[in-house]
Ligand binder design. Sequence first.
Ligand code: AGP
Length: 623
Amino acid sequence: MCGIVGYAGTATKDSDHGALEVLIEGLRRLEYRGYDSAGVAVVADGAIHARKKAGKLANLENEISENPLPASLTGIGHTRWATHGGPSDVNAHPHLADNGNLAVIHNGIIENFAEIKALLVKDGVEFLSETDTEVAAALLGKTYREQDTKDLTQALRTTVNQLEGAFTLLATHKDHPGVVVAARRNSPLVLGLGEGENFLGSDVSGFIDFTRRAVELGQDQIVTITPDQHSIIGFDGNPAAGKEFTVDWDAASAEKGGFPSFMEKEIYDQPAAVADTLLGRSDAEGRMTLDELRIDAEELANVTKIVVLACGTSAYAGSVAKYAIEKWCRIPVEVELSHEFRYREPIVDESTLIVSISQSGETMDTLMAVRYAKEQGAKTLSICNTNGSTIPRESDAVLYTHAGPEIAVASTKAFLAQITATYILGLYLAQLRGNLFSGQIKDIMADLGKIPAKIQDILDRSDDIRELARSMAEASSVLFLGRHVGYPVAMEGALKLKEIAYIHAEGFAAGELKHGPIALIDEGQPVFVVVPSPRGRDSLHSKVVSNIQEVRARGAKTLVIAEEGDESVQAYGEFVFYVPETPTLLMPLLATVPLQLFACELATVKGYDVDQPRNLAKSVTVE
Ligand code: AGP
């Protein structure tokens, strides 16, 4: 998830801004979308002039003050959230092509970049970066150069019809001052309409300081802007149209996409977070393709034990992974809290695979545990959401989640992306070890591919869970029960409530209640229960329904999360929220969402800052 800005303007008497000011202001507002690096390119004096720097936008501004750009009225700008290639100057956007005459910026993941790169290298193209974006730029440059018409829009159209994956691409060429072209597929792009100037942005905050007239662009569309007009066509070349609207958000809420908090925005980002994490990890035949892993496949196939190291929400993702990986791979999976792991002299050796899970990649507890495990000879694989952070850098291999920057302290989209990444890893291991047939793997990946739409279905039905939260604003304690993969979901639901609504909440394995905690139940005690699918062949479902009856018989207020069609819970749930059907192992990706919404709404109703809860930090970089 990167920040993108494009501008084409004219020098008019009352326009006191040139391209650079528009680009920098836009990038400043978009920096929340990515802050690994930033860069701009402008068209001036018959040439492309570009500046780009790793790190925050301030680094780029310093670079420009030391190496000024010529005045210009056409340009593109980018803040990067790294996916392919770590945060560095050379991997920063824009990427140049066509002998430096073309500049390109990109948001998304181009799945087939490796095949295209191989063909271009054969053609003599030399690449400077590790990015998929530079490949797209080189393809566009080649296409443009080979065209007789030198039509940048048509060259972009030819190019994007060869790309697979999710992308928003912006380009500008020295031959076309005053023109910026852009294309979008599965990645956001909005057009801003001004007087004698037009804008492009990954969202409206990219140009909200200059215009509030916007046009939302549709899937597979190409837009060309000049200072006084814009045109939209489809990837098929036919005329197309976007949806015009007026931005009535203030700048601050624009950065949150119009949501009241980053946390809520990130809850609603979850369909994309899961979809983007799945992207490019299996091929058309359904075979897992984790080329990015740098551990030898043979070594991976022969691990005898997996130890997950993580903290907090990330540890609950690891607990979900335990159920899936043990079922698919028949490898024992131990889930360890990082801060406990290295103080108990754990049994770890060369045949152990350490899987660390960390959104930030900077959690000191997890970093120290990974270092300890490496000293014992274990192989280390990092599942991380922050490209180039310390834990992946110190690991033998990394499987990045592609949830985009998670700003709110309370983890939501990263959690679902982490679970998705552990499923991908488990299926890859099962493929290497031959535990699952290719058809089984393909079926599970197909089920995973349906999850984003199912999450969206839940998000579209959030009113009931929000109303429940508002009715419970005075609750002083809430319990959460779950079995099997529902147990980590219960733990996560409790953690969300604790960390943003400051309400005592506790998650339990449902079967554990009768071994003591049921003494907590008295009249009106709210108890969430995550109920597994009734379609499972095991007796999980009936046992959990019994647990609901046990607490209800003692006066609990039962709040049930169950699978659509499961009428059996109606008799025992004072409140029932249904999630779409899905195989049991994948259910955490759905059952978690209403619990996130509940906690977010309750904290909001209580007037708390859901993005920056008291006492907490987004990344705990101390032990
Ligand atoms: C989750 O909502 C919390 N912010 C916290 O438990 C977090 O998951 C934990 O500190 C681990 O952080 P990491 O994923 O960045 O390593």
